[in-house]
Design a protein around this ligand. Structure first.
Ligand code: ME8
Length: 512
């Protein structure tokens, strides 16, 4: 039976341009999606844009546009960026879509019907940047949002509330009983630390007089749904679990229609862990829906030692890097450089170092192997034993699979690059140029060349999720037609393949 895999990125605010941070999460998801598809799984990969709320309303007003005009423009911008960066998402969701609005309405009705909603007056500190309230303790004496340091405003108004506090115990138990539910472990501990304090109820609406850009509450048209409740629900909308057209009492909750829900993994940055690991699961519990299987909160990209921000003018545009180095180089850098979970710093030097790995190790291995097959064997791979690097290959594949399945992609790709490094060492140890001159060197030269081509075929499979275009090119040059699947590697015959040399896969660049 074909197993399925459903993974999501956050839906990004349609108020800002896609930058290196958004690209990181989306490429991370893409690499996992591609790896899983190649392993034979039926993947649903979801991304999209978050289009309601105060932040969008204000950004649109500033730019003299209607909110929807701004969202149309920016959703297009994200879609183009993802196309340029080779993202293979199956669905791009926009929260202004009719289907999503209907699912949010259905979910709100369900929470209301289940008795989890009440009305009350509320006063608190609101950050428009993060679209959420923070406690007095969280904002500290400087009264700034604790995530980005932006302003907070004092708001007092009547809202509708979700009894989030009723689910605190159940949530703690779930986290304790499922140690891998939130990864990495540091993030899990952070959430448990947060839950050690009494959990407040969640305000789930805003008066329409203040914020008109949202989904009206089904039982109070004077209020719109709080944007995080609206946004988080996108994961269920795209799964197809809720049929908003079904009669109210048969909307599939508790008795879900066949769908992709629950998600196998929600990927996000650590900035939005609380909304995903506290708000979202308690809302799902309130609506009798199963919880996602895993939540992965990765670290933060900074530039040098400064945070990336529009006002500092240091925002790194992944599309600029792509122009100069190509899509594969940007993807490789982001996956190889950040240890999932930890923060990482972008510097042009580190980018070049990572690019040099592609060029000097993998690119060089491909170029010298193809050239030698051409020079010594007329371009046809000799039909000889290709197991000169069998032990190294086996070890690399095990570490690679482990890395990609346990969300330690940097380790998986380090193992792949190490295999290429070992193959270059093999060339130097065997000295094919000396074998070619030696009257009795023919058989050894055949074995050496066959081993190198086979190793490159394995490397094409390992690099395909991260540098899909270049891996495809490499497979064609090896005479394989397409990148082999992992299941095809064992019996793969390279003898008889006709190779072509072509231009360097990762041309050297002038560092200036
Ligand atoms: O929070 N380093 O959207 P958003 C690493 N709409 N990742 C980064 C990053 C950085 N410097 N900057 C951004 C929202 N990201 C909500 C989400 S989901 C139901 C609603 C990535 O546009 C990272 O994934 O502010 C982070 O969580 C996300 O972009 C925030 O995107």
């Amino acid at each position: 039976m074909v197993s399925s895999f459903y993974l999501t990125t956050p839906i990004y605010y349609a108020s800002g341009e896609p930058h290196l941070g958004h690209a990181y999460t989306t490429i991370l998801a893409d690499v996992i999606a591609r790896y899983r598809r190649r392993a034979g799984q039926n993947v649903l990969f979801l991304t999209g844009t978050d289009e309601h709320g105060q932040k969008i309303q204000e950004a649109a007003a500033e730019q003299g546009m209607s909110p929807l005009e701004l969202c149309d423009l920016m959703a297009g911008r994200f879609e183009e960026a993802w196309e340029d960066l080779g993202i293979s998402h199956d669905r791009f969701i926009r929260t202004t879509e009719a289907e999503h609005r209907a699912v949010v309405t259905a979910l709100l009705e369900r929470l209301h019907d289940n008795g989890h909603i009440y009305e009350a007056e509320y006063a608190g500190w609101y950050s428009v940047g993060q679209e959420r309230y923070f406690t007095e303790k969280e904002i500290g004496p400087d009264r700034v949002d604790p995530i980005a340091g932006g302003p907070v405003e004092r708001i007092r108004e009547t809202n509708w509330f979700f009894r989030m506090s009723d689910f605190q115990e159940r949530l703690i138990r779930h986290i304790e009983e499922n140690p891998d539910w939130i990864v990495p472990a540091t993030r899990r501990n952070e959430v448990l630390g947060f839950l050690a304090q009494p959990l407040a109820d969640l305000s789930i609406s805003r008066p329409r007089s203040r914020i008109h850009w949202g989904i009206p509450l089904p039982w109070d048209s004077g209020q719109v749904c709080y944007v995080w409740v609206d946004a988080l629900t996108n994961y269920v909308t795209a799964s197809g679990a809720i049929d908003p057209a079904a009669p109210r009492e048969k909307r599939g909750f508790g008795d879900l229609r066949p769908s992709r829900w629950p998600a196998d993994v929600h990927l996000m940055g650590k900035d939005i862990l609380t909304t995903h690991a506290v708000y979202w699961p308690t809302l799902l519990m309130g609506a009798d829906l199963p919880l996602p299987r895993r939540i992965l909160a990765h670290g933060w990209w900074v530039v040098g030692d400064t945070k990336m921000s529009k006002s500092l003018g240091n925002v790194v545009d992944p599309l600029d890097l792509r122009e100069r180095f190509g899509t594969g180089a940007v993807r490789w850098y982001l996956m190889r450089e950040m240890a999932t979970g930890q923060d990482a710093s972008y510097t042009p030097d580190r980018f070049l170092t990572r690019y040099d790995e592609l060029s000097n190790i993998l690119g060089n291995l491909a170029h010298r192997t193809l050239s030698m097959v051409k020079r010594y064997r007329g371009g046809v791979v000799p039909d000889a034993s290709a197991d000169g690097l069998a032990a190294e290959t086996e070890k690399a594949l095990t570490a690679y699979r482990d890395g990609l399945e346990r969300y330690r992609l940097h380790e998986g790709f380090a193992a792949a690059m190490n295999l290429a490094r070992a193959a270059n060492g093999f060339v130097e140890a065997k000295e094919p140029w000396a074998l070619a001159r030696h009257p009795k060197g023919g058989n050894e030269l055949d074995r050496t060349l066959a081993t190198l081509v086979r190793t490159l075929a394995v490397l094409a499979a390992m690099f395909e999720p991260v540098t899909p275009i270049k891996a495809g090119k490499l497979a064609i040059r090896l005479g394989l037609g397409s990148v082999p699947l992992f299941t095809e590697l064992d019996g793969l015959q390279v003898g008889g393949c006709s190779v072509t040399i072509g231009s360097p896969l990762f041309p050297r660049v002038d560092p200036d």
